[in-house]
Design a protein around this ligand. Structure first.
Ligand code: PHE
Length: 448
């Protein structure tokens, strides 16, 4: 039986849907604010184009070539190229469940905020802060309720499979998301502070750039285009044979970067217009923005809802791609029905998510912390800083060195010169960047 494949446009929308997520609309703006604007953006852009793009090409190629779940893909490639130890590498795609454990909780927060926006917005920044902290500390049951709702929604679409679940969801939500954000962008252009926001993002002032900012920019550039998780690889196993690898990678990078910058422009315009500081960390979307929306007058509630819905759409389309690799593995290799596989894998991240919620709560926080760090943060950091970079480097070396005799499709698509540049990027630049990332993380080297 022929494997079910995406349509060409369906594949593009699904991979863009995976890439464009909370990382773009929530994380990118708050990191840019924290690390001082333009210089951070520049490092991020350079990494995306130098490393992100080449690694996307490598991951799509690997998925298309291997034509299966990521564990099987690595087994195949290991056998073909006589590197048997590669057969374990594919299990790194189970990291999607770890990411989902906190990702789904954040989607739960978005739902919580949508629900509460109907009861009015906070009138002072103090009130907004209190609202967020009270949710984290005291509203465990509500958070779990919304996390449950988010989980069931995601699992419903994963269970639908490539065509009736993933493609359907992305075909509707991604065009809608782009439309929504572009409308918000036009709205933000009507404010005076738009040009200030533009300057903040695009004037490259290196004063605030330190090694931490560089490391975070590198890490984020992987996360934002869904690299090193097996999501893109898994989707690419269902890409139509006629689909072009390089063009797809370019499209993903284009939309992902475009949406991150648009989200940044919108958010900083609102912040500057209403006199708030950009450096607000994680609370940017959940503390500063709700307060600012309240300052806009009557229209504020609507703008707030539009913004929250765009976060929700972005989050859902990324979520299905985080769960799919583990589900496909179970279905393919353990001979489990799709619905069972979906519920088992969903169940794992669902329970981890509850622990993540408890780790921020007042009554359970200490129990669910390790050496004083809440498990929520440990889950996030272990995937961001360890699991994703490990998988990225394995993919880079596997494609760059292990598969050298199988790269003709890419040589054809890229042409001689670009092919050499691409190969150099995954063989040399990416490993060096990751080495730098790791050494920096452990404090071995430090930039000013
Ligand atoms: N790229 C998504 C985001 O920006 C997150 C993600 C990471 C999704 C890895 C799939 C795989 O939010």
């Amino acid at each position: 039986m022929d494997k079910v494949k995406f349509t060409r446009i369906g594949f593009i929308l699904a991979t863009v849907g995976s890439a464009v997520g909370l990382g773009n609309i929530w994380k990118f703006p708050y990191m840019t604010g924290e690390y001082g604007g333009g210089a951070f953006v520049l490092v991020y852009l350079v990494t995306i184009f130098l490393i992100g793009m080449s690694m996307l090409i490598a991951e799509i190629f690997l998925g298309k070539h291997g034509d299966s779940d990521s564990v099987t893909v690595f087994e195949k490639v290991g056998n073909e190229n006589k590197i048997p130890s590669l057969k374990y590498a594919g299990f790194l795609s189970f990291n999607g469940l770890i990411i989902m454990s906190f990702y789904s909780v954040v989607i739960g927060w978005i739902l919580y905020y949508i629900w509460s926006a109907f009861n009015g917005l906070p009138n002072s920044i103090g009130e907004a802060e209190k609202y967020f902290n009270t949710m984290l500390r005291d509203e465990v049951v509500l958070q779990i309720g919304f996390h449950t709702f988010a989980t069931l929604t995601v699992l419903h679409f994963v269970n639908g499979g490539i065509k009736k679940g993933i493609e359907l969801l992305n075909n509707i939500l991604i065009p809608l998301l782009i439309l929504t954000l572009v409308s918000l962008l036009f709205y933000s252009m009507s404010f005076e502070a738009f040009s200030q926001s533009f300057d903040f993002l695009f004037s490259f002032n290196f004063d605030k750039l330190n090694s931490e900012a560089v490391v975070r920019a590198i890490g984020h550039s992987f996360f934002t285009v869904s690299l090193g998780m097996g999501a893109i690889m898994t989707y690419s196993a269902s890409m139509p044979k006629s689909g072009k690898i390089v063009k797809s990678a370019m499209t993903i990078v284009f939309f992902d970067t475009f949406i991150a910058l648009v989200a940044g422009l919108i958010i900083f315009t609102f912040l500057f217009q209403f006199g708030e500081e950009p450096a607000k960390g994680v609370g940017l979307a959940f503390i500063s923005l709700p307060f600012i929306f309240s300052q806009m007058g009557e229209i504020g509630v609507y703008i707030s809802l539009i913004f929250l819905f765009s976060l929700l759409m972005a989050g859902l389309t990324s979520s299905v791609s985080l769960v799919e690799p583990a589900v496909l593995y179970m279905e393919n290799r353990l001979n489990v029905s799709r619905i069972k596989a979906t519920f088992i894998m969903g169940g794992i991240y669902y329970f981890l998510g509850i622990i993540a919620i408890l780790s921020y709560s007042g009554s359970w926080g200490e129990v669910f912390s390790i050496f004083g760090t809440p498990i929520f943060d440990i889950l996030e950091k272990s995937s961001d800083m360890v699991l994703i970079p490990t998988f990225v480097i394995i993919i880079a070396l596997t494609v760059g060195y292990g598969m050298r005799d199988h790269l003709s499709e890419l040589r054809e698509e890229l042409g001689g010169t670009l092919f050499s540049i691409w190969l150099f990027s995954i063989r040399v630049i990416t490993p060096i960047a990751i080495l730098f990332f790791v050494l920096n993380l452990f404090g071995v080297i430090e930039l000013g």
